[in-house]
Design a binder for this molecule. Structure first.
Ligand SMILES: Cc1cc2nc3c(=O)[nH]c(=O)nc-3n(C[C@H](O)[C@H](O)[C@H](O)COP(=O)(O)OP(=O)(O)OC[C@H]3O[C@@H](n4cnc5c(N)ncnc54)[C@H](O)[C@@H]3O)c2cc1C
Length: 647
């Protein structure tokens, strides 16, 4: 910069900022110009050229419904806007859009309240799009590459290394912790990597000397953009397979789900997703295209099996072990939430409490939890329902095993008066495959699509339910959590009966890198909290705090481990909570493959909290950074503009 200009700038900018900020703390430094704003047109064109024209600017999902976005005028009643309003809470549409996310706070800048949201309860409402409200890109990546090959990823890493523009990997946008969006970033959108290959005799790619000892297995190789629904209703049906995957149609098979652990109702007997993956094809941040499996890049293979997505490289595909199609037995109990407990139904519970039936159900579930886990049952349990699934029993032994729960449901049916009997559902059935039962429950299980949502969670050790006093403490804590932040879930998805056949105590990388606590876990418990499209930053902080507080009692009983994919955004001691004793090993692998830290995400291995990519996260447990006036924020933006012109 010319010296005279630098002097002019240093003399005028602080004066401008101090003047605008007279009623606030004086700001001494202008905000740094985001690297992305310093990129020249030629540099963007060169990047676009190297990815065969698949570099695009990102437009917020609901932009068409606002009068303007980035200076571009819109007709707010256009076909495009009507379609957005119609599909606003449609998970499939959201996951196919590079700028849409399942939990919508990750589309917004929570700190500055810049957003482009509709009212999730009534997407046809024009309130969010009128009264001069403008649509802002919020925390969505400003640019994205529609990734189709390793070459695209290599170009992005090289671009980020030379320019400093932060990278983000976005697959479905299901992440609960905002790890697939960041302001002023370039996104690698993997959605269109849709290849699915059936591998009847899969052998990992190894040097020929070691291949001889490896027995071929049945597997499926899934590219990074494949969703679970596409597997369950496609290759699994075509080849009579069971592939262990998520309980939601639109969660990705090979991105964050798999790399963070990946639980399923079948994990009890078949293991976590990370236990079953046989090979990854991945581009590491040094630009290398690598195969990671049990005989090459073993450290990376270890890290990708539980060390978290968005950290060690961009996975292009993964090969998952496939089991033969199997019968699944199911038991479902469902009753209306806060349904009054009939007199004399359960004398151990205070019948006047609105959560009396929940307590009675949870008590039964905790008392029987070890026995049912030993019988192979996985489960999704809410305050007013319990769905149990097992591939390990048959149509005779399954209802026998679940007799206490079925009896509880039948007793409830009898105890309620005739007019309410239809509200109580007690079912037991035998299904010919995972796909057939999945299509029955999947749509009922999905929740919180297209709305802001926060979780807090804990892995509950089996030892807690084995001991009468800690079991009672856990029951109290779960009921407290439901009272504080309604939406408690108990997921019986741990690999309780699963034994790995490849783990070798002599080999530090033979196991998967999920938190070791998963191996002694009986439940994964989550609390949730939701808020509105127009909640203020101060209100949102309270929602995060409430869900965190809701789990206080559970944390005390359960200890310190949590599932990193479904967790509190403000987890304390996150290294220990998400990675346990694996953290140091994972950090060494991170530093080896990503020495320049081109990949970074919230509370991921090697996390750099000071990076500007986190400027939209609220400091929920500190003073909100948006306590400054909107006017100052505008001046900061303006000074960024000024710097851009002058530099
Ligand atoms: C409705 C719903 C249901 C869910 N059900 C389950 C369930 O049954 N079991 C379970 O275990 N979890 C479940 N989850 C949690 C889920 O595992 C996480 O949200 C996970 O992060 C989703 O991964 P994704 O790739 O689909 O999403 P994204 O948000 O796109 O990505 C998540 C993270 O993975 C990274 N990532 C994505 N793709 C790649 C890639 N190719 N290479 C490297 N990093 C990548 C991203 O950068 C980000 O850090 C559920 C979540 C929701 C919202």
């Amino acid at each position: 910069m010319h010296r005279a200009m630098r002097l002019l700038l240093s003399a005028t900018l602080p004066a401008l900022l101090v003047q605008a900020n007279a009623d606030q703390q004086p700001l001494t430094q202008p905000a740094a110009v985001p690297a992305i704003q310093r990129i020249t047109k030629d540099a963007w064109a060169a990047l676009n050229n190297s990815v065969d024209g698949r570099l695009h600017t990102n437009v917020p999902f609901a932009a068409a419904c606002f009068a303007s976005f980035e200076g571009q005028e819109h007709h707010t009643n256009s076909e495009e806007c009507l379609s957005v309003r119609k599909h606003y809470t449609d998970a499939k549409i959201r996951t196919s859009n590079p700028a849409a996310f399942i939990s919508t706070q990750w589309e917004t800048c929570q700190n500055t309240q810049k957003a482009c949201l509709l009212d999730q309860h009534d997407p046809s409402s024009t309130l969010p799009t009128s009264d001069g409200r403008v649509c802002s890109v919020g925390s969505i990546s400003e640019y994205y590459i529609d990734v189709r090959s390793a070459k695209d990823v290599q170009a992005a890493f090289s671009f980020s290394k030379t320019t400093g523009v932060p990278l983000v990997i976005k697959n479905t946008g299901h992440d609960y912790k905002g790890r697939s969006s960041a302001p002023h970033s370039l996104s690698l959108w993997t959605h269109n990597l849709k290849g699915i290959e059936y591998e009847p005799n899969f052998i990992p790619t190894c040097p020929s000397s070691s291949t001889k000892q490896i027995k071929p297995v049945t597997a499926v190789t899934l590219e990074a953009g494949v969703l679970w629904d596409e597997v369950y209703t496609g290759v699994a049906v075509e080849y009579n397979l069971t592939v262990v995957g998520g309980a939601d149609r639109t969660v990705g098979t090979t991105g964050g789900w798999l790399q963070g652990g990946g639980h399923s109702a079948l994990s009890n007997t078949l293991g976590l997703g990370a236990d079953r993956v046989l090979e990854f094809t991945v581009v590491t941040p040094d630009g290398e295209l690598r195969i990671a499996n049990q005989c090459q890049n073993k450290d990376l293979f270890f890290a990708l099996r539980g060390g978290g997505g968005g950290t060690f490289g961009v996975v292009l595909s993964a090969t998952h072990l496939a089991s033969p199609k199997m019968n699944i037995d199911a038991v479902l109990i469902l009753f209306p939430l806060h349904f009054p407990m009939p007199a004399g139904f359960d004398d151990s519970v205070d019948a006047s409490d609105e959560l009396a039936l929940t307590r009675s159900l949870f008590k039964l579930i905790l008392d029987n939890s070890v026995q049912w886990a030993e019988h192979g049952w996985g489960a999704y349990i809410n305050a007013n329902s319990a769905l149990y699934l097992t591939p390990a029993l048959n149509s005779t032994s399954a209802p026998e095993s679940m007799k206490p729960l079925l009896d509880w449901g039948k007793k409830l049916e009898k105890a309620v008066d005739e007019s309410h009997r239809k509200d109580i559902i007690v079912l037991s059935g035998d299904y010919p495959s995972w796909t057939s039962i999945f299509s029955v429950f999947a749509d009922g299980y999905a929740a919180g699509i297209g709305e802001p949502l926060a979780l807090s969670s804990r892995l509950i050790p089996t030892s807690v339910v084995n001991d009468t006093s800690t079991r009672e403490g856990l029951l109290d804590a779960l009921i407290d959590a439901e009272r504080t932040s309604p939406g408690i879930r108990l997921l019986k998805v741990s690999p309780f009966n699963y034994k790995s056949s490849t783990e070798d105590p002599e080999d530090p990388y033979s196991a998967s890198s999920v938190h070791p606590a998963w191996r002694s876990t009986i439940f994964h418990a989550t609390a949730a909290n939701l808020w509105n499209w127009n909640s203020t930053a101060a209100e949102i902080q309270e929602y995060y705090k409430t869900v965190h507080r809701a789990m206080e009692g559970v944390r005390k009983v359960a200890g310190h481990a949590a599932y990193l994919n479904e967790a509190d955004v403000y987890e304390e001691n996150w290294q220990e909570a998400f990675f346990g004793s694996n953290y140091d090993k994972l950090l060494a692998i991170k530093n080896k493959y990503d020495p320049n830290h081109l990949l970074d995400c919230w509370q991921c291995v090697g996390w750099n909290r000071d990076s500007p990519r986190y400027s939209c996260y609220l400091d929920a447990f500190k003073v909100p950074s948006n306590s400054r006036s909107q006017r100052v924020v505008e001046v900061e933006r303006w000074s960024d503009e000024l710097l851009r012109i002058l530099l």
